[in-house]
Design a protein. Structure first.
Length: 119
């Protein structure tokens, strides 16, 4: 189980399932946001925040909404905008204590071109 949250504490999250790996994506958004993601089904992740605590950024094919804390600017998670197609979401493990992810496998995803894992 991973726990993390934004710098100011307005948004926190908990991943309730064990993870095989975490993912670094090279798409233009993930590169510029500096994120590393832990993916799971929405039912396996709790995000705790007040209504309106985040700004949503939607771009490209408009399938994901990236959420950023309105107060401190930390990108905390993304959610699917097409629940009929996917109930997956991800949290930014850069906001988790480094000791919790130190031994986790890091996979590199080519979100800029092939949409394949590079390993």
């Amino acid at each position: 189980m991973l726990k993390g949250g934004c710098h100011c504490g307005a948004v926190s999250f908990e991943v309730k399932t064990s993870l095989e790996w975490i993912t670094e994506c090279n798409c233009s958004a993930c590169r510029k946001l500096g994120t590393v993601w832990a993916h799971a089904d929405e039912g396996e992740i709790n995000v705790d925040m007040a209504d309106g605590a985040t700004l949503s950024y939607i771009w490209g094919d408009k399938t994901l909404a990236f959420h950023t804390c309105r107060t401190c600017g930390s990108t905390t998670h993304w959610t699917s905008l097409n629940k009929a197609e996917s109930t997956r979401m991800a949290v930014n493990v850069k906001l988790v204590d480094p000791s919790e992810i130190r031994d986790m496998r890091l996979r590199h995803f080519d979100g800029a071109d092939s949409w394949q894992y590079l390993d």
